[in-house]
Write a protein that binds this ligand. Structure first.
Ligand SMILES: [Mn+2]
Length: 317
């Protein structure tokens, strides 16, 4: 933390980056740091390869598109991710940075950054920033608090995932004290469903199959289904309806985003380490939530997923 504080105190301009297909922790953390640095009269631009999901538009994230601004920046910081490929189209700009820094809570990658503030035991990047701001005595206003709350509550699944700890609750209570609209934030993040949700739900249900005697569910969206639903519905919804079914441990989602290119996402309930499953496909993430990309065909990838999950499930007694 000392190094990050020193970095902030000794530089004046910052470009912040978070991961592709951003979630509330990626965008909320990045925006909270953006607002805090601006309060310290720093020049800050924020970049993300992806749209702000509709249900977190209340975070008021204003993404910068002009990449020529990055050229004269002192420091580039990536948040809530640990590798270049997670930055999507902005990786090449980050790579050219004078000083490369990272603030993150994922398992550390091999890449060497100039300044690193990584705590993989932390439930969210937002929690890490809560500690940083406290130490730096940054006065948090309601909008900064809202962005941090969104990050820490979403990465803990509204305080139910096993990563939830006493600090998630302590930080959250300190943030709520700043007086943002808590009811609105929780409604949008944890209850909101898009208008055409039922159509999406029916298709998702039809495209879900059970394997390994129900321990594994795989939901598939081919290119046609993806194109139809990406307009109406954030894909994260496709996991929610399968949450917590007795006897199930792993849920996998295969989404064909381009012809022959599949995004693989994994979630586990209680014991399976789906980060190891994703790593088999060159991806990564957390023990309970992970992802990867696969190029090939659906016919090939389904048995590979089943094998990888069988091996992971076999480790449990
Ligand atoms: Mn996160």
């Amino acid at each position: 933390m000392k190094d990050i504080i020193n970095l902030i105190n000794t530089n004046n301009s910052f470009a912040l980056f978070c991961h592709i297909s951003p979630d509330a922790d990626a965008l909320g953390s990045m925006n909270a740091l953006n607002l805090a640095l601006k309060k310290m009269h720093k020049k800050v631009y924020i970049y993300c390869d992806g749209k702000v999901p509709r249900n977190i538009s209340f975070l008021k994230v204003n993404l910068e598109k002009n990449t020529s601004l990055i050229e004269n920046i002192d420091v580039c910081i990536m948040l809530d991710c640990n590798s270049m490929d997670r930055l999507g189209c902005y990786a090449k700009y980050y790579e050219k940075a004078k000083i490369k820094a990272i603030i993150d809570h994922h398992q550390k990658d091999n890449y060497k950054f100039d300044v690193e503030y990584v705590d993989s035991s932390s439930p969210s990047t937002a929690d890490i920033l809560c500690e940083l701001f406290k130490t730096m005595k940054v006065k948090i206003n309601a909008l900064i608090a809202l962005n941090l709350y969104a990050g820490l509550s979403s990465d803990t699944g509204c305080f139910v995932h096993p990563n939830t700890n006493i600090y998630s609750h302590i930080h959250s209570s300190e943030l709520i004290e700043q007086g943002f609209n808590l009811e609105n934030a929780n409604y949008n993040m944890f209850k909101f469903k898009p208008r055409n949700y039922l159509r999406f739900y029916k298709t998702a249900l039809r495209n879900t199959k059970q394997f390994l005697r129900g321990k594994l569910y795989i939901t598939t969206f081919n290119l046609r289904a993806y194109r139809r639903f990406s307009k109406i519905c954030d894909e994260s919804f496709s996991f929610q309806f399968l949450d917590g079914i007795d006897g199930n441990e792993i849920r996998a989602r295969i989404t064909e985003k381009e012809s022959g290119v599949f995004t693989l996402s994994f979630r586990s309930n209680k014991f399976a380490n789906v980060c190891l499953v994703a790593e088999k496909f060159g991806g990564g993430g957390h023990i309970r939530a992970s992802g990867a990309t696969y190029s090939g065909s659906l016919k090939e990838v389904v048995p590979l997923i089943i094998d990888a999950c069988r091996e992971e499930l076999g480790k449990a007694k």
